[in-house]
Design a protein around this ligand. Sequence first.
Ligand code: AMP
Ligand code: FES
Ligand code: ZN
Length: 321
Amino acid sequence: MLHQEMKYTMGKTLSQLPEETKCTRCRSQATIRMTNHHANFCPPCFTHFVHSAVERAWKKFPISRDEPLMVAVSGGKDSLALWDILNQLGHKTKGLHINLGIEGFSNASVQAIERFAAERRLPWAQYSLEEVFGHTIPEIQSRTRRKICGVCGLLKRRFLNRLTLMEGFQVLSVGHNLDDEAGRLLGNMVRHREQYMENLYPYLPSPHPRMPARVKPLYRLDAYEITTYCGVRHISFLDSKCPMSRGATSHSFKEALRFLEEKMPGTKRHFLFKHLRGKKVPGNGQDFGICRECSEPTFGDHCSVCALRAHVNQPRKKVAH
Ligand code: AMP
Ligand code: FES
Ligand code: ZN
């Protein structure tokens, strides 16, 4: 197991802008520079800017504002900011966390969520991967050669969906931001994965009665904006990457976009928004069967989660000495 120190942060400290720098919206003293938007903001106007970005995203979601929302929370900046914004905008929410059993990292994630929820008196539920799947992420890693991030993504998707419905919610909101979505688009383009590109949309309707609808209300905001929001709203989040995700290819695509963005500001935003413009909500007309083991919707007889469980549970071959 890799050991690393877990770090909590409260986002960006606001910059010392020259006194004559005025807020673009209200003309008071600005403390936040938004180079990408050619704007400067004071903290209340910055909060307004972030909330408007989410309101604008919501226009793409055919979901009533009264619909209760399950919020998938990891303890990182994106999901805690998302939870805060949705509450500020008056949505009824409940947090949902899956404890992956990663030494150090998982406890630190839970602590960040616990603190956030207690300070704001928000309800949340925690389940462990061990109780819902039978194994922790480190156990799975020691028993398979598959890339652990892909496996972890598959399990989080499945159990977040299932637990959302079990908790009585029909809509799951996740904290993917503009950088995540643009990075994913680039990755799918480079690998010519057209079928995945179809589903790269901030709203996915429920494709089956056993699956909730999924929304990504932060898709218009980048990591810098979200970290700044955490600073303005005093959100203390876990600022450490998962120790098992080192070398994940998704990091490389985001890194490539960061490089382009530095040379040509606005590239990342344009790249993603151009892709989404005019795109229709992905259809839900897939023909699902039912997994023989767990009764979850799947395309074959067995779903990929049950196949993974069978693989992980195989007796291990003795190593000859
Ligand atoms: P990631 O794939 O780690 O970038 O996370 C993307 C989003 O998935 C986060 O913003 C959360 O909404 C959700 N998420 C990630 N990990 C967890 C977890 N362990 N439990 C619940 N939700 C999670
Ligand atoms: Fe899934 Fe690290 S969060 S492998
Ligand atoms: Zn199954």
